[in-house]
Design a protein around this ligand. Structure first.
Ligand code: MG
Length: 161
């Protein structure tokens, strides 16, 4: 059986925080605000994977009221998500995603992001796609107030149900 899930996340850009997207620290004057490292792309991917497996959402699995998740690398949360996917007897087919940001340029960091995600999920790099777009100056991403990310994940199970 084949299933899909989607994920969406937004974090606010503020001064005094590192900008971490896809597990890569991107040099920029601002960073994303959040309880964890606020890795907007990884959060969208986690929600897509959980959605595909019918396992709820990131807030249920990793509550932001839990002090153990403060400033945690979202790659660790992604690893735990991969374990939950495996426990539910699903394998990851592919991930497609979009980072929506007016600035900074995302493309130069996409290769490193894909390598991070590939090694954490233990799937080949060619099963992961990361796209980037601006919103032509429109909306909260266009004004630079925040960065958004969308993701879709496909999973499959060898069981018939
Ligand atoms: Mg988030």
């Amino acid at each position: 059986m084949y299933r899909v899930g989607n994920g969406y996340d937004v974090h606010r850009l503020v001064e005094g925080r590192k900008l971490i997207i896809g597990g890569v620290e991107i040099p920029y004057e601002k960073g994303l605000l959040g309880h964890s490292d606020a890795d907007v792309l990884i959060h969208a991917i986690i929600d897509a994977l959980l959605g595909a497996c019918g396992l709820g959402d990131i807030g249920a699995l990793f509550p932001d009221t839990d002090p153990s998740y403060k400033d945690i690398s979202s790659l660790i949360l992604l690893k735990r998500t991969a374990e939950a996917v495996e426990k539910a007897n699903y394998k990851i087919s592919n991930i497609d995603s979009i980072v929506v940001a007016q600035k900074p340029k995302i493309l130069p960091f996409v290769k490193a992001m894909k390598e991070n995600i590939s090694s954490v999920l233990n799937i080949s790099v060619d099963r992961i796609n990361i796209k980037a777009t601006t919103t032509e100056g429109l909306g909260f991403t266009g004004t630079g107030e925040g960065i958004a990310a969308y993701a879709v994940a496909g999973v499959y199970s060898c069981e018939t149900r």
